[in-house]
Design a protein around this ligand. Structure first.
Ligand code: GRF
Length: 191
């Protein structure tokens, strides 16, 4: 039985999909870590009965500031007996300190078909492109931004007249379907 922590910054719809999918099975989403007071994911955690924690990132964005927050996160993750760390809309770039500590136990979901459109605006960038397909990617996290080995992808064709709102909604429903499947299969492989 494995314990999963989700790191999120925003609405937390992927966190909720994961918590619900694992609920009732051998594994659990045991912890939500959020870097933003008042984020929607914290309300979802309270509603779902998942323990949550806000980790403050001090102002500055320097590697030292980020590493300090990451040390706090690792201490909590270790003391909570976490086996797998799942990023779901966590809007901070992790330093090698954190990535190396959790390597092989750290995955992310990105709302575009990597290696195309990495970065913070995957949906807008892929929608604005002339790509014939849009989609989502689940990948291992390495030291780069959205560069880790791909675990799984799902795509759909760009239909004529597709709006940004429709693309977003299709992408989010694919995420909610794919992420729990991949997390469960990664957990099976962790042994
Ligand atoms: C998702 O689109 C995810 O791919 C991206 O951030 C978004 C998070 O959405 N990394 P939510 O907070 O899970 O609703």
């Amino acid at each position: 039985m494995a314990r999963v922590a989700v790191l999120a910054s925003g609405s937390g719809s992927n966190f909720e999909a994961l918590a619900k999918a694992l609920n009732g099975g051998p594994h659990s989403v045991a912890l939500l870590v959020c870097d933003k007071t008042g984020a929607g994911c914290l309300d979802r955690a309270a509603r779902l009965g998942v323990k949550s924690l806000v980790v403050a990132y001090a102002k500055g964005g320097t590697p030292e500031v980020r590493q300090e927050a990451e040390r706090t996160m690792t201490t909590v993750l270790e003391s909570s007996g976490i086996d797998l760390v799942v990023l779901a809309g966590f809007m901070r770039v992790l330093t090698p300190l954190f990535v190396n500590r959790w390597k092989g136990r750290l995955i992310n979901i990105h709302p575009a078909l990597l290696p195309r459109h990495p970065g913070a605006h995957g949906i807008a960038d892929s929608f604005a492109s002339k790509d014939a397909e849009l989609g989502v990617t689940v990948h291992w996290v390495d030291e780069g931004v959205d560069t880790g080995a791909v675990l799984a992808q799902r795509s759909f064709p760009r239909t004529p007249g597709l709006t940004l709102e429709e693309a977003e909604s299709h992408i989010h429903s694919l995420e909610h379907e794919l992420y729990p499947q991949v997390v469960l299969s990664v957990l099976d492989g962790l042994g």
